[in-house]
Design a protein around this ligand. Structure first.
Ligand code: AMP
Ligand code: MG
Length: 410
């Protein structure tokens, strides 16, 4: 892997999008409760006014405001109660005329002739259907007009939106019960290494527990992606190749970690060449951490391959920078949340490589970002970090006190 031949992160993602158009996610329509947390696949417009009718926001009496004049406690206006609006029923049989009013509960349809509602608190009933009103009212008071919440033809939710509870509420309100969403990629996640054991085992000499299949699968699940298979395999050509071949049948993406550099047992590049009919597209990414990264694709099975570095922090960061960015881009998701923070010490960059620096944040007027330096292979700093900032390929580093843009971990 020659530094001169490596691709930048954006070249890597551009090539994958260009050579693997089949990874553009499909869409499907699901019911409201299946849509929770899914990504909306098209703009949605309301075909109706919401609310559909003039609606009272209070329990009170629908009146014509001009009838009340300057009503007060001392000099109330007396009105005749001509009827009562019932919730869930139309008020067309009722109307408010000279000297009359109609009782309406919250949410009731305002009858003809009324232009406002006086709260019950300002009204006193007495005698047969008589009402004393001790406050004036103005046109429109305590009424929501048709379409005041959402107008017919209004854009209510944009493509790329992750559907939260309030969005499901909008869909319910607008009567949209079949929701177009993106179909998540299906991923196979493979860790490779003779030294790896499952988390439930106790490491013997030279052994470590597999981290990468868990971090990559967990990150995928957090992003709404589907993990169809996760496994840790020894550095054995036949076993890994067989797993890759099987995975091609049911996965959109195969993510393999470990064995991506130039060690004796590093064979992920050769394995991708063997398993993918179009071989390797990128071998080496100008990133720190994460240089030994390999991508490739298989046209016949429409599968994209990525070989991540073995070091857990590098594997997760590169997965984030390449796969998650492509997914977010293809699903029209708006940029992730970032905040400005002042860096607390000088941080150097790796010349010619995009550098990703973990930080933890302290809260003050302008948040401060403390760099967390992780020795190769360490995982705790990844978890202690609130996020990271980037230094571009030709940036020389940052100085203590500089403002940097922190990408917050999701
Ligand atoms: P490799 O790229 O296979 O040479 O691995 C680089 C370093 O990352 C080695 O120290 C490995 O032991 C370590 N490593 C590789 N895969 C994993 C994994 N799945 N979990 C934890 N550490 C790993
Ligand atoms: Mg290895």
């Amino acid at each position: 892997m020659n530094l001169l031949n490596v691709d930048t992160i954006s070249e890597t993602t551009d090539k994958l999008k260009k050579y693997c158009p089949f990874i553009s996610p499909k869409t499907e329509c699901v019911g409201l409760m299946q849509a929770v947390g899914r990504i909306l696949a098209s703009d949605l417009v309301s075909s109706e006014n919401i609310p559909p009718y003039r609606r009272s926001t209070v329990d009170g009496y629908a009146v014509s405001s001009s009838q009340l004049g300057a009503a007060s406690d001392m000099l109330p206006t007396f009105l005749n109660v001509a009827g009562e609006v019932l919730l869930g029923e139309d008020s067309s049989g009722l109307s408010v005329g000279s000297g009359t009013c109609v009782y309406t509960p919250t949410g009731g349809e305002i009858p003809d002739g009324a232009d406002s509602v006086v709260m019950v608190e300002y009204c006193e009933s007495f005698g047969d259907n008589m009402l004393a009103v001790s406050r004036p009212s103005s046109p429109g008071e305590n009424i929501v007009q048709p379409g005041e919440d959402i107008k017919s033809g209004e854009l209510i939710l944009r493509k790329g939106r992750i559907l939260h509870a309030q969005d499901i509420g909008i869909l319910a309100a607008a009567g949209i019960t079949s929701v177009p969403v993106f179909v998540p990629w299906s991923l196979t996640v493979i860790s490779t290494g003779d030294e790896l054991i499952p988390p439930e085992e106790v490491p013997g000499p030279g052994q470590i527990r597999d981290i990468n299949s868990y971090t990559i699968a967990a990150r995928s699940i957090r992003e709404g992606l589907r993990v169809s298979r996760m496994t840790a395999l020894k550095d054995d050509w036949e076993t890994i190749l067989k797993t890759l071949e099987d995975a091609k049948a049911d996965s959109d993406i195969i993510v393999m970690s470990g064995g991506s550099s130039k060690g004796k047992k590093d064979m992920s590049s050769a394995l991708i060449k063997a398993a993918a009919d179009c071989g390797v597209i990128t071998h080496g990414v100008a990133a720190k951490p994460g240089k030994p990264t390999i991508t490739g694709f298989d046209k016949k099975s429409r599968t994209m391959f990525i070989g991540l570095p073995g070091h857990p922090a590098a594997a997760l960061m590169i997965f984030e920078q390449i796969l998650i960015r492509i997914w977010r881009d293809l699903t029209s998701q708006s940029e992730e949340s970032t905040i400005q923070a002042r860096i607390t010490s000088n941080v150097g960059s790796a010349p010619g490589r995009r550098t990703f620096q973990l930080v933890s944040l302290t809260k003050s007027d302008v948040p401060e970002a403390m760099p967390l330096f992780a020795k190769s292979g360490m995982i705790l700093p990844m978890s202690q970090a609130d996020g990271y900032f980037e230094m571009s390929e030709n940036q020389e580093g940052v100085r203590a006190g500089d403002l940097v843009e922190i990408h917050l971990w999701k």
